[in-house]
Design a protein around this ligand. Structure first.
Ligand code: PMV
Length: 312
């Protein structure tokens, strides 16, 4: 057996988070600049071990807790590869994707592990297979994940995603310059999703109405991004409209709104939270030359990390 390594990107949701849990579409793109990496190094005579310095973890696979996400994806992948006995090897996992901030770190780490493990057995798995394996682990983090994270991370392409439907990859007609700003607050997706579920149950009709509005916005944004039916200014406006609904349904926060306001004042065409909300990251759409000034404004407003990225 040879040493193998693989990686996978982060992601940002551009439109439709939360509504996607209730069957509406969402639009997400890979964040290629930040990645998770998995390395599988053969050892002789030593049982399979997992080392994750970012998580301060180092343990044999046999001693992992039943709900351990790293051990779970290893076991699922070995099962899929029909390798009942874990190989004598050490799995090292690292990532430049901020953890728990809505940038898909969990899905990226899992995808990198699936790829490196498959490569160890000289196999290549399709993006659809990787996505399906990673989805099983997403359930540990999220409870009721829509599946958008594993899809966009495993396919590494912009997707227009509807739960339970075949995935639709989209071509980007006009490049988008995005500035991603990190509040630094860890936001447990399952808590935000669970909290919203309770509020929705208390007034289903009203919340379904909000999700319908988000669906219209996401549909228009999809058309604009894929076919250029609207200008960048138009896409920015749709982001602001999506944000307004996210605020209404209670998944935004003062920290997010401080960054969103700063980005808009610095010239962003639109800005909104991205992912589950409460904490985590926001995104701003910039005219190509204006990203640096928006990035500076975000840092001055307290962002702990800023990423400028092009979606092409
Ligand atoms: O993992 P996050 O924080 O990007 O959130 C995923 C987006 C949600 O729509 C809130 C949940 C889901 O499963 O789609």
């Amino acid at each position: 057996m040879k040493r193998t390594q693989a990686d996978a990107p982060g992601k940002v949701i551009l439109f439709g988070e939360h509504a996607v849990v209730y069957g509406r579409p969402a639009l997400a793109v890979p964040l290629l600049k930040v990645r998770a990496k998995a390395v599988l190094q053969p050892t002789s005579g030593e049982a399979f071990r997992i080392i994750a310095p970012d998580l301060k973890r180092d343990y044999p696979l046999t001693q992992a807790q039943p709900d351990d996400p790293l051990a779970t994806i290893v076991s699922l992948t070995l099962n899929h590869l029909e390798q009942p006995t874990p190989p004598e090897a050490t799995l090292s996992v690292s990532s430049t994707i901020p953890l728990g901030r809505g940038l898909g770190s969990g899905a990226a780490i899992s995808s990198a592990i699936v790829r490196a493990t498959a490569a160890f057995f000289e196999r290549t798995l399709s993006p659809a297979t990787i996505s399906a394996l990673v989805y099983e682990v997403e359930k540990l983090y999220h409870g009721t994940p829509s599946g958008i994270d594993n899809t966009v991370v495993a396919f590494e392409q912009p997707v227009y995603f509807i739960k339970g439907r075949p995935i639709r990859r989209i071509r980007v007609a006009q490049p988008l310059t995005l500035v991603v700003g990190d509040t630094g607050l860890i936001s447990p997706t399952h808590k935000v999703v669970g909290d919203l579920r309770q509020r929705r149950l208390a007034d289903v009709e009203r919340y379904e109405g909000y999700f319908d509005e988000i669906e219209v916005i996401t549909h228009q944004a999809g058309q604009a991004i894929e076919y250029g039916t609207s200008t960048l200014t138009g896409i920015g406006k749709l982001m602001n409209e999506n944000q307004e609904i996210l605020e209404t349904i209670g998944v935004s926060s003062p920290a997010l709104e401080r960054l969103i306001g700063a980005a808009r004042r610095a010239g962003a065409l639109g800005a909104k939270l991205s992912g589950a909300g409460w904490g985590g990251n926001m995104i701003a759409l910039a005219m190509p030359g204006e990203a640096p000034q928006i990035a500076r404004a975000l840092t001055e407003a307290g962002a702990v990390g800023v990423i400028i990225t092009e979606v092409e």
